[in-house]
Structures are given as structure tokens and as C-alpha cells.
Design a protein around this ligand. Structure first.
Ligand code: TXE
Length: 493
């Protein structure tokens, strides 16, 4: 397979310094769909150096906000032009259905448009210090060189949530997509180049974390690391960054409760619980993987869920008939399978799924069916740890207080849902849940204008919304005396 250079350093597409490369595999059939460069630590350091120079002496941080916003808008236009091609690439790389990929690309377009608009209306703040001879202003400046590390479940979306605000703020950056799913990010960087992002501002490194992690994070040349991925990797990056007092923003996934009260609309709840957990085969950080259900309807509800789950059509994401695709890789399927085995050994009651499909048409792919465990409790690791696969666990409650206690009894705090016909109860529960996003009578939605991120072990900082831009900004207070005078504090004798 001929390989185009896939590292972008200082405005040039280059191969890895040692010629290293990696096969990129379609998880639906294990075929190789592309070969990309596997960067060395020296390549990663060169990318950081290019970003540093572009920040310290390049035009981008000082380019007027309106011009930076116009570049973001152009990127959005180009994404819209290449939408179908990008969606196809995302499906080949991740396995998700084309329908999901199209939704992702549309969301990516929105995020570029959102930050183009937001950056353009940002204003400095004048502060009244009580002295007419002093002009006091609080201004926002780009934080500097950013390292943007993304995972494999929403490759383009998650890197875009970082690149768009970083560009809008005037930062320079090194983006590193997951080594499992690099393809759509290569296209995005090509589009950014076409849209006029200057050399050195947006650099692209492809490699495993083990190969380039230290070069990207253990360096005083980086001002901010924004990471989305697993909790173990994120906390280890935070420890490394602490040695340089580098700012770190982390999104580390979740173990999200979906609380269902008996007074809710039954059929809608079944449908939304099903979609909330099995969409993208559960490989979603905000997946509603813990059903917490009122005892009085639990048996009927689980039976209805099982009936619906068994009808989910999984298959190749390129096939329009597929409702969900394979897991991202064979290795990830092994991990999901190990959680299923763990759940069984812990005494959870397997009510559907729990074994690889036997149909030969699935044999070469990393498919795994929707799996439900009933009668779970908090002593089980399948209930407390992120499985990141199509696994739903069911816990039961009798009172509102119990529902809240169960919902909060997780080290994570990314997202949660509550379903009830009682609006006052919905508000009470939503306020009591310790999670960055709470959905009332809905699940899974977000908008670029509202912040996204986690409480507790789900991370720190926020993406999206005005706070998502502020992550990429430093705040500077400028105190300007327009009538300088002596202090008169020391008398000079
Ligand atoms: O993630 P990693 P993995 C969860 C999910 C999954 C688990 C592990 O539970 O099973 O994480 O997935 C880069 N320095 N999430 O192993 O390793 C890596 O190359 C710098 C939740 O795939 O955290 C990739 O680009 N970078 C998540 C990125 O970190 C390093 C979505 C994420 O990979 C690095 C996906 C290092 N030392 C999985 N080591 C979410 N929050 O949504 C790795 N990387």
C-alpha cells in the first residue's frame, strides 16, 4: 500500500524519521485500509519545537480575532464540502455506522462555527479600581503551545473539540490522534492547511503514546495538555506535567447512571435506555451503562429491554442495514469479554448477550452483541469500572434517596440521566447527582454552546462552551497609570 506522509510538522508533510509505519485496520473485517507513519520521539519533539517557534515568533497569536475566526469558518466550509468522504473514512477506521459518522462530522462543523463566532465577540473587561488616573483591563491571551491527545471512539469529534478552541484562542499546537484511528484527523489537518492555518500552528503526530508520550508531555516547551482517554493514562500524564507546572485538562470517561422512576413513560424509557447504552456499541464516554430502576417496574422493564436488545442489527458500518458496528479492535473486544466473564464470576445475572456472535459473517470482525446483566450491585467491578463496551448493568431502588445514592456511588462523574414524570423530583435528582452533564427525560445529547466534562475521576476542566475557549487562554490584568506619581511610601532618607 503506497503511503502518503502523514506527519505534519512546521507546515510540511513528512514521514517518520526512522521510516516506521503502522497498519490501520477496519474492525468490521480486519482488512488493512491504510498505512500511516509511526513517529519517533524525535519527530514529536520537532513538532513541539515547531509549535513553540510559531507561538513565540509567528503571526498566529497576534492575528486579529476576526481573521482567526474566518479561518475557522473556512475549515467548517471545507469539512462540509468533504463530509461524505470524511464519514466514510471515520467508518472504515472506527467501525461505527455511516449514519453515526455523518452525525459526528456535522457536529465537528458546528464546533468550528461555534468557536469562530464566540472568538469574534470576545471583549476585554474594564475594571474600575476607584482611581481615575488608572486604566485597568483584564485581557485574554492564548495560553501558548498545546498538546492535544485524543482517543479512538470519536476520533474527529474529540480532536476537533480541542483544535477549534485552540485555534480560535490563538494557540499553536501538536495534535495526536489515537494510533488506532488516525485517518480522519489527517484529513482535518489537510483541510486546515487549505483553509490558511499558517505553518507551525497546527502540527500532527501519529504514534502510540508509549513512543511519543514523554516527548509531548515531559517538556517545559508545552503550556497546556488537553487529553481525552483512559483514566490511567490521563492521571499519569498529569503527574508528568506537574513537574513542569504545565496546565492539564482531562476527560477520562465515565460510568454513567441512567435512573428510571416508575412514573415515567415506559416505552420511551426502554427506547432511550437502550439507545443510551448500545449506541456505538457502548464505546461512548457518556454511555448510560448503569440502569438504576425503580423496583416496582424493574422486571417488566428488563424483559422489554432484552426483547429490544436482541433485535439490534449489528454489522459492517458501511452497510445501511447495520444499526451498530463492531468494537474498535480485536484487542478491545478481548477487554469487553473479560468484563463479561468478570460480571458472571461476580454473580451478576446474564440475561442477554455475553458471547461472540457465531454467524461466520462476523468471524473476521470485532463484533460483540448487546449484553445485559440484571441484579447487579456495587460490590461488582462490572458495575464500578468503565467497560467501554455494549454492557448494561441493572440495579434496583425503592426510594428517591436510594436512587441518588446509587447514582453517585461511582468514582466517575461525567454524565447521568433521570427519567420521571414529576418535574420537581427531576430537578431535585438532577441537582443531587455529581456529574458534569445531567439529562432529564433524555440521554446522550450535547451542544457546542454548553460545557462538557467531568466531576470526580472523570477529569478536570471543560470542553465546549465559553469555558472550553477559556481553557486555551491566559488571563492578564493590565494596570496602566496614565498619571504616574511617586509612591510616597519610603521617604528616601
Ligand atoms: O486509551 P488511552 P486506550 C477508556 C476506555 C478504554 C480505556 C483505554 O475505558 O478501554 O480508556 O483505552 C494516548 N502519553 N477510554 O488504551 O491509552 C493514546 O495514544 C501521551 C475513555 O485506547 O488513554 C491515545 O491517543 N499520550 C475515553 C490517547 O492517549 C498517550 C475514550 C488515549 O489512549 C500515552 C477512549 C502517554 N503516555 C477510551 N499513552 C473517553 N474519555 O472518552 C497513551 N496515549
Amino acid at each position: 500500500m503506497t503511503m502518503q506522509p502523514s506527519l505534519y510538522i512546521d507546515g510540511k508533510w513528512v514521514h517518520a524519521g526512522d521510516g516506521g509505519a503502522r497498519d490501520i485496520v477496519n474492525p468490521a473485517d480486519s482488512s488493512v485500509v491504510a498505512v500511516v507513519d509511526e513517529a519517533t520521539a524525535a519527530d514529536a519533539s520537532a513538532a513541539v519545537a515547531a509549535a513553540r517557534t510559531a507561538f513565540d515568533s509567528g503571526p498566529w497569536p497576534h492575528t486579529p480575532i476576526a481573521e482567526r475566526a474566518a479561518v475557522l469558518d473556512r475549515i467548517a466550509d471545507l469539512l462540509a464540502r468533504d463530509r461524505d468522504e470524511l464519514a466514510r473514512i471515520e467508518t472504515l477506521d472506527t467501525g461505527k455506522t455511516l449514519r453515526e459518522s455523518h452525525i459526528d462530522i456535522d457536529d465537528v462543523i458546528s464546533v468550528f462555527r461555534y468557536y469562530a463566532n464566540l472568538a469574534a465577540v470576545e471583549a476585554d473587561r474594564i475594571v474600575d479600581v476607584g482611581d481615575p488616573t488608572v486604566i485597568s483591563r483584564v485581557v485574554r491571551e492564548p495560553v501558548g503551545v498545546c498538546v492535544l491527545i485524543a482517543p479512538w471512539n470519536y476520533p474527529l469529534l474529540q480532536i476537533a473539540w480541542k483544535i477549534a478552541p485552540a485555534l480560535a484562542a490563538g494557540c499553536t499546537m501538536v495534535a495526536k490522534p489515537s494510533e488506532v484511528t488516525p485517518l480522519s484527523t489527517i484529513v482535518l489537518v489537510r483541510l486546515a492547511e487549505e483553509a490558511g492555518v499558517p505553518a507551525g500552528v497546527l502540527n500532527l503526530i501519529q504514534a502510540s503514546g508509549a513512543a511519543v508520550g514523554a516527548a509531548l508531555t515531559d517538556t517545559p516547551d508545552v503550556d497546556l495538555i488537553s487529553f481525552t482517554g483512559g483514566a490511567a493514562t490521563g492521571t499519569s500524564i498529569a503527574r508528568t506535567a506537574a513537574a513542569h507546572a504545565t496546565r492539564v485538562a482531562l476527560e477520562l470517561g465515565g460510568k454513567n447512571p441512567h435512573i428510571v422512576f416508575a412514573d415515567t413513560d415506559f416505552d420511551i424509557a426502554v427506547d432511550r435506555v437502550l439507545t443510551g447504552v448500545f449506541m456505538h456499541s457502548g464505546q461512548v464516554c457518556s454511555s448510560g451503562t448503569r440502569l438504576i430502576i425503580e423496583e416496582s417496574i424493574a422486571d417488566d422493564f428488563v424483559a422489554a429491554l432484552v426483547a429490544r436488545a436482541e433485535k439490534i442489527r449489528f454489522g459492517d458500518g458501511l452497510d445501511d442495514a447495520s444499526e451498530t458496528g463492531p468494537l474498535v479492535s480485536l484487542a478491545h473486544r478481548d477487554k469487553v469479554e473479560s468484563y463479561v466473564a468478570l460480571g458472571i464470576s461476580e454473580g451478576a445475572e446474564l440475561v442477554t448477550g455475553g458471547a461472540r456472535p457465531t454467524d461466520p459473517k462476523y468471524a473476521a470482525g470485532s463484533f460483540y452483541p448487546p449484553t445485559i446483566f440484571d441484579h447487579c450491585d456495587r460490590s461488582m467491578r462490572v458495575v464500578t469500572e468503565e467497560t467501554f463496551g455494549p454492557i448494561l448493568t441493572v440495579e434496583r431502588f425503592s426510594t428517591e434517596a436510594q436512587a441518588i445514592e446509587l447514582g453517585n456511588d461511582t468514582p466517575y462523574g461525567l454524565a447521568a440521566g433521570v427519567r420521571t414524570a414529576d418535574p420537581a423530583r427531576a430537578e431535585r435528582v438532577a441537582r443531587a447527582l455529581r456529574a458534569g452533564t445531567v439529562w432529564i427525560n433524555d440521554f446522550g445529547f450535547y451542544t457546542p454552546a454548553a460545557e462538557w466534562g467531568g466531576f470526580k475521576k472523570s477529569g478536570n476542566g471543560r470542553e465546549l462552551g465559553p469555558t472550553g475557549l477559556a481553557e486555551y487562554q491566559e488571563i492578564k490584568h493590565i494596570w496602566n497609570s496614565i498619571s504616574p506619581s511617586v509612591a510616597g511610601w519610603f521617604n528616601g532618607e
